[in-house]
Design a protein around this ligand. Structure first.
Ligand SMILES: *[C@@H]1O[C@H](CO)[C@@H](O)[C@H](O)[C@H]1NC(C)=O
Ligand SMILES: *[C@@H]1O[C@H](CO)[C@@H](O)[C@H](O)[C@H]1NC(C)=O
Length: 339
């Protein structure tokens, strides 16, 4: 990684007050007089985390984000799903251990030589990056992203779908308090989804909102089923968390929604993240996102992931993380809708 050693001055060399002022101006932060001092302390602690992480990774992947004035706990409480749901039922039909051989799509064989990279954003299957705001509704964005892609492949028509319908009307899930894409897929199978335009997002301030029945009378998107694909496509190996199988499913059937331990994403800036401290178990997954592509950069394989924290976060709203290590659980709970 020749680019790793940047000529950026050490944080201790630049004026902290200036860095703080720039941060506040950039992200339009305002605080009460009482709050300002404690926010500054948290910001300084985050600068130290950023420095340590970049040193450990040998690359400048972390930096000052719009979440840099929050502790990790505050960030989790406001933007992630801090109460993971009981997944016992949701895990069907997958046995959870990858002992059963299932291949998705059924008729697909493993590509003998999958392309070294693929990006659905360059092939029309991905709508622009959205913003969930301060609402634990990531599961609804993961769901719409997945269905938008599946629909695009089936009908060659990319239509942005309504997260608000899921947040307000899907009773199995918990709106801004979290949910599971599996349950949301079941809702879509039964009720269909209207477009973003028909039922725009209003939960950015944290209120799930009442279901507006009048807005959901003319759904445009339905799915027939959903599958757990984490271990599919690898019938020969029966390997758990098979990221090769995910590549096959991604290419054949479009972007895939996954769960991820998103704590390393709070201070993510650019490049391929390879965090040391993140969980891979299903219980450790606290955020839903959409895998849209993969590739290799400077010898490092990565997944390209669409997030729902607007375009002023990450790489224009996207995240890249090292591929092949089930890093942060990217392959621990990959699910996909079926047209
Ligand atoms: C999860 O749900 C299953 C089935 O309803 C139940 O048997 C189990 O005790 C639950 N686990 C927890 C941790 O609540
Ligand atoms: C694409 O689908 C949407 C939603 O069903 C529809 O309103 C629109 O007319 C379609 N566009 C084309 C070009 O078919």
């Amino acid at each position: 990684m020749a680019l790793a050693m940047m000529t950026v001055p050490a944080l201790s060399m630049v004026s902290h007050a200036e860095t703080w002022a720039t941060f506040k101006a950039t992200y339009r932060k305002t605080y009460t007089v009482e709050e300002e001092a404690s926010r500054f302390d948290i910001f300084m602690a985050n600068l130290r985390i950023i420095e340590a992480e970049n040193r450990a990774q040998g690359a400048e992947v972390k930096g000052i984000t719009k979440f840099a004035d929050l502790t990790a706990e505050e960030f989790k409480a406001r933007y992630l799903m801090n109460t993971p749901r009981n997944k016992t039922e949701a895990l069907k039909p997958w046995d959870g251990k990858c002992t059963a051989c299932v291949r998705f799509p059924e008729q697909a064989t493993l590509l003998a030589a999958p392309p070294t990279d693929y990006d659905w954003t360059e092939h029309g299957a991905v709508t622009p990056v959205k913003d969930q705001g301060q609402c634990g509704s990531c599961w609804s964005f993961g769901t719409t992203g997945d269905v938008e892609g599946v629909l695009f492949l089936a009908k060659h028509n990319l239509t942005s779908l309504s997260e608000q319908q899921l947040v307000s009307c899907d009773d199995k899930d918990l709106g801004c308090d979290g949910g599971l894409q599996e349950d949301a897929f079941k809702y879509v199978k039964k009720n269909g989804l209207v477009t973003e335009q028909q039922y725009p997002y209003t939960s950015g301030k944290g209120k799930s909102g009442r279901c507006e029945e009048a807005l959901i009378q003319n759904p445009v998107a339905f799915v027939s089923d959903w599958v757990q694909i984490s271990c599919l496509g690898s019938c020969e190996k029966k390997a758990a968390f098979d990221e090769e199988g995910m590549i096959n499913a991604l290419i054949a059937t479009g972007p895939i929604t996954i769960g991820i331990d998103a704590s390393p994403m709070q201070l993510y800036k650019r490049g391929i993240d390879n965090p040391k401290n993140c969980k891979t178990s299903q219980a450790g997954l606290d955020h839903a996102v959409l895998i849209v592509g993969y590739g290799v950069e400077n010898g490092t394989p990565y997944w390209k992931i669409k997030n729902s924290w607007n375009t002023d976060w990450g790489e224009d709203g996207y995240y890249r993380i090292v591929r092949g290590l089930n890093k942060c659980g990217v392959a621990s709970d990959a699910v996909h809708s079926v047209a």
